[in-house]
Ligand binder design. Structure first.
Ligand code: SAH
Length: 285
């Protein structure tokens, strides 16, 4: 992660008194127009983050490097991104680890790709399939801007429903953010190593149902679960200690499954969550 003085080409977040955020990329000699005032990038280059700067209108801004979540919410988006709250759950739900070989589709704006790249690290691989040229280009720009050059990324212009390329094997994880992930289940069966994890991120209930049924019908997946993540921010200010009035009500469902050896659907493996007799089993979820 970048640290030390702010450098040429880095994204920087400027935050005003009312917590409005403005993301700029620092360039020697560059200026940015912010709320009717100007900022000179030369006043920021070489400085430590965490300080404040005044625009020519006298307005003060806090200067920090964006976190990945902040970057994702501010970056140009061609497609709907996976929200930060879900990114965290995907990394744990799909049990990403340094060195993992992961296949992802589609790349979209590259938000999930960035989270995966960080999790697998320099020794891992994120192979990312995307159908649409313009999305792939936006994603590559975003990823490069935030992470710099990365050899762990393998972008491909390709339809995941048509299968996984032999050179992309073997795979530890397959993570899908496409409209019909169940169409990729037969490919995932062939491509995933034993014990590997399949995760589909889908916005609607019928998609979660069809993904689950496709995984069950395959006979090669077990421990099939669906969760959604609700994050409720709180306001803590004097006596006003309460949830904030608005929250993100819905984004998507995470459907996960483990690649296992072919088997007849069995009650033990396919039982719905709430039928588990041992309550410890569900507490852990
Ligand atoms: N996860 C991304 C957003 C993905 S949006 C992010 O966080 O930024 C869904 C993307 O899937 C779109 O870009 C779409 O073009 C792509 N897509 C849809 N069907 C696909 C398929 N069959 N194979 C590969 N990509 C596909």
């Amino acid at each position: 992660m970048p640290s030390g003085p702010l450098r040429d080409g880095e994204p920087v977040l400027l935050i005003d008194r009312r917590r409005r955020r403005y993301m700029i990329t620092l360039r020697p000699g560059g200026t940015s127009d912010l709320r009717g005032g100007k900022l000179s990038h030369d006043d920021l280059l070489g400085k430590e983050e965490g300080g404040t700067i005044r625009s020519t209108r006298g307005e003060r801004f806090l200067v920090v490097r964006p976190t990945m979540a902040e970057f994702i919410l501010e970056m140009p988006r061609g497609a709907q991104v996976v929200y930060p709250k879900d990114l965290g759950a995907i990394l744990i739900g799909a049990d990403l680890f340094p060195g993992a070989r992961v296949l992802e589709a589609g790349t979209g704006s590259g938000a999930l790709t960035m989270a995966l790249l960080r999790a697998v690290g320099p020794g891992g691989r994120v192979i990312s399939y995307e159908l649409r040229e313009e999305f792939a280009r936006t994603a590559e720009r975003n990823i490069h801007r935030f992470l710099g050059p990365t050899e762990s990324l393998v972008p491909r212009r390709r339809d995941i429903y048509e299968g996984v390329l032999p050179e992309d094997l073997p795979l530890d994880r397959i993570i899908l953010d496409v409209p019909e992930p169940w169409r990729a289940v037969p490919h995932a069966t062939h491509a995933l190593s034993p014990g590997g994890i399949f995760l589909a991120y889908v916005p609607t209930v019928p998609q979660a149902v069809e993904a689950t049924e496709g995984l069950r019908a395959s006979g090669t997946f077990a421990l099939i679960d669906t969760v959604e993540v609700l994050v409720r921010p709180w306001n803590i200010d004097g006596r006003s200690v309460r949830p904030v009035h608005r929250m993100v009500g819905h984004t998507g469902f995470l459907v996960t499954a483990r690649r296992v050896q072919r088997q007849e659907p069995s009650a033990a493996l396919e039982a719905p969550l709430d039928s588990a007799e041992d309550t410890d089993e569900t507490e852990g979820l």
